[in-house]
Ligand binder design. Structure first.
Ligand SMILES: *Cc1c(COP(=O)(O)O)cnc(C)c1O
Length: 737
């Protein structure tokens, strides 16, 4: 049985379920279920406690839950009817031919799909192989590509222990640890050959031969292929090559990027996939361009410089980092140890090879830059918001001497979010009523979103309050659990039952705790903050969440300060920190908050997407005009925000302390004079009509733009389609030989 490669893990799981529940296995093995409106009850109803213990992983749930319980569910006619409907929807979805992409971009074919490379993918909390924004974006990219029918496959790494997990000590200090992923119990399928053994690829890493196997994750109509070196026939050290996401040192990093880039191209070959476009999402996978060149050299017998143009023709690059230090670079020593054999295969000398990654040609101290390599060997490049496009052009003028900054060939496509994943089912249901059952297929249509104005204020407010209740409950649950684990005293553990109040104006702040994101800005003037939080009639409260990079001491200190405030007598019950930020907590937060706060130092936020998620749920953004919010924020004739608030407006200085002072002052004023009064101006039923107007404006103006359906359409039109306008004139990476 096990060796029969025609039997998929979904078949095997289905065979073990009571017959009427068989189709649950197909749903469990396709993450499509996670963006249906039935997602809350489908698996959870089987056994809510087990569901939680399994980390919301449906395969583990179905394998763990007792057969007795399954047969109980199998005799519930309501459940069976729902399952039947959902399974029929899945079948219809998977077999649909008349997709958007088929109509609009038939030239991208299933035979020659787009290959989308990324170091992390954030699809669902049950598959923890993401760290943050980049991964979530990649996950949402796959989901919308799947929904729109764009032929695309994802390429990434399957990390045995994923990204680090966060726990806070009693002193509020972040402690990092790792948890094993059990691949066999995840919705993953190992790719097998006709003989039933794993398809493997080989590559040279650290002067050793390393084999990687390939797992497939089904994301609607899109397949995501993940490489894994944890095989018995590898050296023990190499088995850990795919151990951790962004763990280890520079050496681990280059080894992983060699695997992702070069291994990724070999995996595509081994699977018989011939992409029409290679999309590098961030520079991590840029080595893939070398392997594409190598294949072309082998195929044609031409030289590297003769095939360069054809590599460029098939490749595009998205950059995500607005600071020079954020771009991966490797020392010449590391490049030597990994590529000494490789540049010979490309027919290049060491100098020629190093020049591919050098900002300045002929500078022996120049490290090898992955972004440089990517810009050199792709036909088009983009930043992830308009402002980030500008910043990137400025940052990379050095690669394009003799050109003014605005002629640097880096465009922009502003990020979005997958509406169906991030919209709470309770609001999705409301949208279905007022905008049509198929609202979620028309999320790019502003006229459809304008119908949100027809929703009665009471109705929108009521549903929003339920979601806020849910956020409060989730926060209490997580914090109580954390305090118990930490062995805090009973009083503090019991106090979590009174933590937060769903009636109080609720702010959310969740993201990585990098110093530039200024996680503690709202508490900069402590006395003033206490007056805001502790106001007896019109208080505010805030929920924080997010990890600091393990090496980021300053980020950890910010978290520690927030943890102190959580315990401060004047702020107790008004400030909460949820540990171990993940997709599940993110959903609860973006769906439940009144206000989403974002106060980075401009222009360091390339795009940001969490604030976009909030818009689909009627939350309102209060943010520095950075990243996507520069494009999202709208003002009326008097210059007042109609769909949210802008912190600090356009006051910029290079003095960080002064900038913090200006921005926090602006934030306090917004809170005191606009946000708090608007929220607490409620009618006799507790409905704040002015506020609800702004909620509707937040939905109406942002939802049609900042979604991944629009974003995918942009990528198809501007980047993927053969003959799409090419932003980038080729520049030759060659040095005279
Ligand atoms: C959306 C999301 C992010 C990215 O948020 P930013 O606004 O880009 O900081 C990070 N982590 C998780 C879990 C998310 O859901």
């Amino acid at each position: 049985m096990v060796n029969d490669s025609s039997v998929t893990p979904a078949n095997r799981l289905g065979a073990r379920l009571p017959l009427p529940l068989k189709r649950l296995a197909d749903l469990a093995y396709n993450y499509w279920w996670s963006w249906t409106s039935d997602r809350i009850s489908l698996f959870q109803n089987i056994d809510p406690e087990e569901w939680q213990r399994c980390g919301h992983n449906p395969v583990a749930l179905l394998e763990t839950v007792s057969y007795d319980r399954l047969t109980q569910v199998a005799e519930d006619p309501t459940y069976l009817k729902r399952l039947q409907t959902l399974a029929a929807q899945l079948d219809q979805y998977m077999s649909e031919r008349n997709t958007w992409a088929n109509r609009v971009a038939p030239q991208i074919s299933q035979e020659h799909p787009v290959a989308y490379f990324c170091a992390e993918f954030g699809l669902h909390e049950s598959l923890p192989i993401y760290s943050g924004g980049l991964g979530i974006l990649a996950g949402d990219h796959l989901k919308s590509a799947a929904d729109l029918g764009v032929p695309l496959v994802g390429l990434g790494l399957l990390y045995r222990q994923g990204y680090f997990r966060q726990r806070l000590s009693r002193s509020g200090w972040q402690e990092d640890y790792y948890v094993d992923n059990q691949f066999e119990k995840l919705p993953l399928e190992l790719m097998l050959n006709d003989q039933g053994s794993a398809i493997t690829i080989e590559l040279q890493v650290r002067q050793r031969l390393v084999r990687a196997q390939i797992w497939r994750v089904q994301v609607g109509r899109v397949s995501l292929y993940l490489l894994d070196t944890d095989r018995e026939d590898n050296d023990p050290i190499d088995r850990w090559l795919t151990g951790h996401l962004y763990g280890g040192n520079q050496e681990t990093r280059i080894a992983q990027e060699v695997l992702l880039g070069i291994g990724g191209v070999r995996a595509l070959q081994a699977l018989g996939i011939e992409p029409s476009v290679y999309h590098l999402n961030e520079g991590h996978a840029a080595f893939c361009l070398l392997e594409v060149a190598k294949l072309e050299i082998q195929r044609t017998g031409k030289s590297f410089y003769d095939v360069e143009a054809s590599v460029r023709d098939r490749s595009i690059f998205t950059t995500h980092t607005p600071v020079p230090a954020g771009h991966d670079v490797f020392s010449a020593d590391l490049i030597d140890s990994y590529f000494a054999h490789y540049w010979q295969e490309l027919g290049l000398s060491r100098e020629q090879f190093l020049a591919l990654g050098a900002r300045r040609l002929g500078d022996p101290w120049e490290p090898f830059g992955m972004t440089v390599l990517a810009l050199r060997l792709t036909r088009a490049a983009n930043g992830v918001s308009e402002l980030h496009g500008q910043v990137s052009r400025k940052m990379w003028t050095i690669l394009y001497p003799n050109r003014p900054e605005d002629k640097v060939p880096i465009g922009h496509i502003t990020n979005g979010v997958h509406a169906r994943t991030w919209t709470a089912p309770l609001l999705a249901d409301l949208y279905a009523q007022y905008m049509g059952e198929d609202w979620s297929s028309h999320v790019v249509d502003p006229q459809m979103w304008a119908k949100v104005d027809q929703v009665p204020d009471e109705e929108l407010w009521h549903r929003h309050q339920i979601l806020k209740d849910r956020l409060v409950a989730h926060t209490r649950f997580k914090i109580k659990h954390a305090r118990q684990l930490r062995g805090e005293d009973q009083g503090l553990i019991q106090a979590t039952d009174h933590l937060l109040d769903p009636k109080v104006l609720t702010i959310g702040f969740a993201r990585r705790f990098s110093p530039y994101k200024r996680g503690a800005l709202l508490l900069r003037d402590f006395e003033r903050a206490i007056r805001l939080f502790g106001n007896p009639e019109r208080p505010i409260q805030i929920v924080f969440s997010g990890k600091a990079h393990p090496a980021d001491e300053e980020g950890k200190r910010i978290i520690q300060r927030l943890m102190e405030w959580c315990k401060h007598p004047a702020l107790q019950n008004r400030v909460a920190f949820v540990e171990d930020y993940d997709i599940f907590t993110a959903q609860k937060l973006v769906q439940g908050v009144d206000v989403w706060l974002n106060n980075p130092r401009r222009p360091l936020e390339a795009s940001g997407t969490s604030g976009q998620k909030v818009c689909f749920n009627g939350g309102i953004n209060c943010s520095v005009l950075d990243g996507w919010w520069c494009e999202g924020y709208q003002v009326d004739a008097n210059g007042k925000g109609i769909n949210g608030w802008a912190i600090g407006e356009d006051a910029h200085t290079s003095d960080q302390d002064l900038q913090d002072q200006i921005d926090s002052e602006s934030l306090y004023q917004l809170m005191e004079q606009e946000i708090v009064p608007l929220y607490y101006d409620q009618d006799e039923n507790g409905v704040p009509h002015g506020w609800v107007q702004m909620m509707k404006a937040s939905i109406r103006t942002n939802a049609p733009v900042f979604n991944t359906d629009r974003m995918i359409a942009d990528y198809v039109a501007k980047m993927y389609a053969p003959g799409a306008p090419i932003h980038m004139e080729p520049i030759l990476a060659s040095v005279p030989s």
